[in-house]
Design a protein around this ligand. Structure first.
Ligand code: SUD
Ligand code: ADP
Length: 285
């Protein structure tokens, strides 16, 4: 049997870091949304009890460091499964970009193996296991648009964000999520109004939504990597309705209501960065 799952990238329309918790993680309140840029995973049963990963990306480890491997092990351990799987990954989401590519692959693995091994688990049950792989994985199990809080493990589904075009630009720098959180100083960060973004999404009010986009981690990454601010400035100059860093970065996304604007932003940025994508927001489902 062969099972296919898509693993879409996410953007953070809002990310508020509230405080550092006793377990070392940060309490967050975020609005996340899936976009139409996805990896494709194909799962096939293996006769031996082994997890084998194959990918077209030269940036990815295929051993136990891969989030796909970790997700499979979490599921096998939780349900005592002694079966093997071959996973082939067509990688389209830029790696270590703030777009949750690895987390989305892990979530797709939980969904895919649930089907391949006929475990009959609900998405809520998979989301509970998911946090053992990473903080972004519970959200990625369902994807779509949601308010995400706690460490990343408390989910409230929302209607799909208002339809628009998203231009995603990843500069050629590496950002470590752990280092960004480690450098966060609560004295001087911006706290976006997450409730206002949520209300705008519920009301399907695109213009109100773009007014409130914000990310507490942005200034931390910009301080080390001014190119993130330069990309934001260029996006606005070329006509984007809003521009924001996603997650801990370094990808910056621009939202545009009109495709012609998205094309202008994309063309304007292509001379500056190589990794530029125009994608659509996803409708629910
Ligand atoms: C910042 C966000 C926002 O969506 O996204 P990315 O930039 O990774 O896409 C996520 O919270 C990242 O989630 P994820 O990448 O799964 O994080 P994890 O592997 O669990 O944690 C990596 C490191 O980030 C820090 N971390 C993560 C989540 C959280 N709520 N508090 C934290 O302090 C911890 O230092 C941890 O060691
Ligand atoms: N399947 C995977 N896809 C992408 N990255 C992965 C995967 N498995 C492990 N990783 C590792 O996870 C780290 C974070 O990658 P990724 O999830 O793409 O970024 P982010 O958390 O910034 O959104 C990278 O160092 C990468 O090597």
């Amino acid at each position: 049997m062969e099972i296919i799952e898509k693993a879409p990238a996410k953007i953070n329309l809002g990310l508020d870091a509230l405080y550092k918790r006793d377990d070392g993680y940060h309490e967050l309140k975020m609005i996340m949304s899936s976009v139409d840029l996805a990896d494709k995973l194909v799962f096939r049963e293996l006769p031996q009890d082994e997890v084998i990963i194959e990918t077209d990306s030269s940036f990815l480890p295929v051993d136990k460091r891969n989030h796909i491997y970790q997700a499979a092990q979490v599921l096998k351990k939780a349900y005592g499964i002694e079966k093997g799987v071959h996973v082939s990954v067509r990688k389209r989401i830029p790696v270590a970009a703030g777009l949750a590519g690895g987390s989305s692959d892990a979530a797709a693995t939980l969904r895919g193996l649930n089907r391949l091994w006929q475990l009959g688990l609900s998405l809520d049950e998979l989301a509970v296991l998911a946090v053992d792989v990473g903080s972004d994985v519970p959200y990625c199990v369902r994807g779509n648009t949601a308010v995400v809080s706690g460490r990343g493990d408390v989910l409230k589904p929302l209607p799909a964000m208002p339809q628009c075009w998203v231009v995603m630009v990843k500069p050629r720098i590496s950002v470590s999520t752990r280092t960004v959180f480690g450098s966060l100083s609560f004295n001087d960060i911006h706290h976006p109004d997450i409730d206002a973004i949520e209300a705008a999404v519920v009301a399907q009010d695109y213009h109100e939504m773009v007014k409130h986009l914000g990310n507490s981690l942005e200034s931390v990454t910009i301080q080390k990597h001014p190119i993130v601010q330069q990309i934001k400035d260029k996006m606005i100059k070329f006509g984007a309705d809003a521009a924001l860093m996603s997650g801990s970065g370094p990808t910056v996304f621009a939202l545009c209501e009109k495709y012609s604007r998205a094309q202008r932003v994309s063309n304007g940025l292509k001379g500056f960065c190589q990794d530029v994508h125009i994608v659509r927001t996803l409708k629910q489902g």
